[in-house]
Write a protein that binds this ligand. Structure first.
Ligand SMILES: C[S@@+](CC[C@H](N)C(=O)[O-])C[C@H]1O[C@@H](n2cnc3c(N)ncnc32)[C@H](O)[C@@H]1O
Length: 401
């Protein structure tokens, strides 16, 4: 059994009697130098975290796992902490976790914010652009930053994203004697913070900023594109049919501007996607769109399917937006899906439509045809402009198919 004790900036004084007993009775104490200094001397051997930590963890567990190991972690070990990694490596049944309030709980306590109404974004080891997905008018964000430049970088992103009016609270060194709380607007924020800060943001859009909700079907001009874009009405239907679930992986084959993969990922922070695009210029554009719309973790493969699909991790759903007529493409996508996996393919040309009709005949599912007309000015009047109809084949793989 491995014990994980959360310890706050108030150190030993803040620990429960149960946590103190676990530390006192430990055979080995593992933690950062700062955390190890917070607990009194005992018979325990004190071992400092090596750097880098992650690759060393399995070895440390093998060496000390049966020696009365007690791991010291900051705040709540299960909140963006070492506890989650240990649960994955050693199994939750082999862990006894004793949490302290997390920096997030302390921040909400200081601000009077209900924790459950906040959105948490960690920028530790993640690109700043990930914040954009969460920036919505009226939302309250709690941003974990990696260093003293964090608050100024968050403010810079908010200004650039059209949210300079947002109020920022930078709460530093929570729970310690040096605790501080600075408030200001993102528009005027320039100060550096402490290395240990939580940035709380009351998001407010500037005049003229169009909010980008998370429901699929963003306006077409939310994406940089060269015309190869699944238009918003068809895109909303296509993503709904792909039916994203938390943690699932999408292949967006023939990704164009990347809009399907991007909207898939925006539905949930744990949704993942791989965009496969044969045109290098478009592939570069997909990267820019993913960053601008807050999903910089989108993986982009520049290459021609089906060859480019080889070796990719198995998807939960596949969208085919281009290349359906290429020999072996649909076969490769279908084969890669697990039972319950969804395949959605769109066709505009008669050639690709006939491929989808054949697949519909052999694999079932459903075939729909969407014809969208948008009203626009004609002279001094308004008239319908009908876009090319799109045929959408959707199928769910049964086991053994
Ligand atoms: C209609 S666009 C897709 C639009 C995309 N769903 C979007 O909303 O941005 C089709 C794309 O498929 C790409 N494509 C066509 N055949 C391909 C293949 N075999 N492998 C990879 N990409 C392909 C084309 O370069 C083009 O960018």
């Amino acid at each position: 059994m491995i014990t994980v004790v959360g310890i706050g900036a108030d150190g030993w004084d803040g620990l429960t009697s149960q946590a103190r007993q676990a530390v006192t009775e430990a055979g080995v104490l593992l933690g950062s130098a700062r955390q190890l200094d917070l607990v009194p001397e005992s018979a325990a051997r004190k071992v400092h975290w090596p750097s880098p930590l992650l690759p060393a963890l399995p070895g440390l567990l093998a060496e000390f796992g049966d020696a009365g190991l007690c791991v010291l972690a900051s705040g709540d070990p299960m909140f963006f902490g070492i506890g989650s990694t240990l649960a994955r490596l050693a199994g939750p049944e082999n862990l006894r976790v004793m949490p302290q309030p997390s920096s997030l709980s302390l921040a909400c306590a200081r601000l009077g914010w209900p924790v459950e109404e906040t959105t948490v974004v960690s920028l530790v080891g993640r690109p700043l652009d990930a914040l954009r997905r969460a920036v919505l008018p009226g939302s309250r964000l709690l941003v974990l930053t990696a260093d003293a430049s964090g608050p100024a970088r968050v403010a810079g992103l908010l200004r650039e994203h059209g949210y300079g009016a947002s109020v920022m609270h930078v709460l530093s060194d929570l729970g310690s004697a040096a605790e501080s709380h600075l408030t200001g607007t993102a528009a005027a924020w320039e100060r550096e913070g402490s290395a240990l800060s939580v940035v709380a943001v009351e998001c407010a859009a500037d005049k003229g900023t169009a909010p980008r909700p998370l429901v699929p079907g963003l306006p077409d001009d939310a994406f940089e594109h060269d015309g190869q874009l699944t238009k918003r009405e068809v895109r909303a239907v296509s993503v709904a049919r792909l039916a994203p679930l938390p943690g699932e992986l999408l292949w967006d084959v023939g990704a164009g501007a990347g809009s399907i993969a991007i909207e898939w990922m925006r539905t949930h922070p744990t949704c993942r996607a791989i965009a496969v695009e044969s045109d290098p210029e478009r592939a570069a554009r997909i990267g820019r769109n993913a960053a601008a719309l807050g999903v910089p973790a989108l993986r982009i493969v520049t290459g021609r399917a089906p060859e480019a699909l080889e070796g990719l991790p198995a998807p939960d759903a596949v969208f085919v937006g281009g290349g359906a007529t290429r020999p072996g493409l649909l076969e490769t996508c279908w084969r890669a899906l697990p039972p319950g996996g969804r395949l959605v393919a769109n066709a505009v040309t008669l050639e690709s439509e006939s491929v989808l009709t054949t697949w519909y005949g052999t694999h079932g599912g459903d075939l729909v045809r969407l014809s969208v007309s948008r009203a626009g000015p004609v002279g001094g009047f308004t008239a319908w402009r009908t876009m090319m109809p799109v045929t959408i084949w959707t199928a769910t793989k049964e086991s053994g198919a």
